[in-house]
Design a protein around this ligand. Sequence first.
Ligand code: CP
Ligand code: NVA
Length: 314
Amino acid sequence: MSSTLVGRDLLSIADLNAAEIDGIVDLARAAKGGTSLGCPLQGLSLALIFQRPSNRTRVSFEVAIHRLGGHPIALFNPEVQLGERESPGDISRILDRYVDGIVARLVSHRDLVATAAAVRRPVNNSLTATEHPTQVLADLMTVKEVLGHLEGARVTYIGDGNNVCTSWIYGAALCGVDLRVVSPPGYEPPVSVLQRGAQLRRHGTPFTLTQDPVQVLADTDIVYTDVWASMGQETEQQRRRTDFARLQVNDALLALAPASARVMHCLPAHRGEEITDSVIDGPRSSVFDEAENRLWVQMALLAELYGRRQERVA
Ligand code: CP
Ligand code: NVA
């Protein structure tokens, strides 16, 4: 049976349904366990556009495309100069004539939507200021790896109501994850995101938004955090250090969670700000497995988008 994802865009994690997310996560776990996904990208080229810096996303997508038989072409903003040398629309219309798909890290989600509308090839969101769907697919894979299930998993996101948090709100809603978001006043996820999350949420799946970590940490399975100042918010860094200080994921905060609780962070980490060395490097950290899982989940996603051909490794 061919994948329901063939040829589709992935601009938001909410472009997927629960069965599709489960399918990607399970295929990624199979690939990590040694199942070959074949060469569905044989003879295909994919352009990766980065308007913002990247380490994990760029390298994991390039390796994933290469392992699936395809040819990645990474383009960085000093070369393409989105909106300066050329409009995002013109850049993507030209790329559309050369390549078979586009993976785009753009500042503006609106530019990403316009890009997807202007081209015929599948477009993948590899982070905008609004969402980070491939990150949260890898995060969901990691939660399943740690706990063995997604439905009913208790995940506490501590920090800014930002792009990663938004994808978590949608992903948790679709997968039946009991998500708790702890943000300081003024840094909560946008109301429109909370409303969309409520629409997506399965009947009976809890969701909590609070300023107080104590109660939600008491029975959490996962403690998750992200930087206090995202890319593009560098001028706010000093103010955010003050506003978020009491939510640092350190040993004292982790002591509020059960001993079995694991720690996750999408990275890059600002060590000593949102997370301490003792926690990120400690025995309860799943952070580096989570980073590795970007590779496996993107291989699975691309295999589904470009037509999966699985072969079991002998
Ligand atoms: N987590 C993540 O997207 O990392 P990069 O910004 O390094 O790609
Ligand atoms: N919220 C962070 C995520 C980085 C992967 C940012 O947008 O910079």
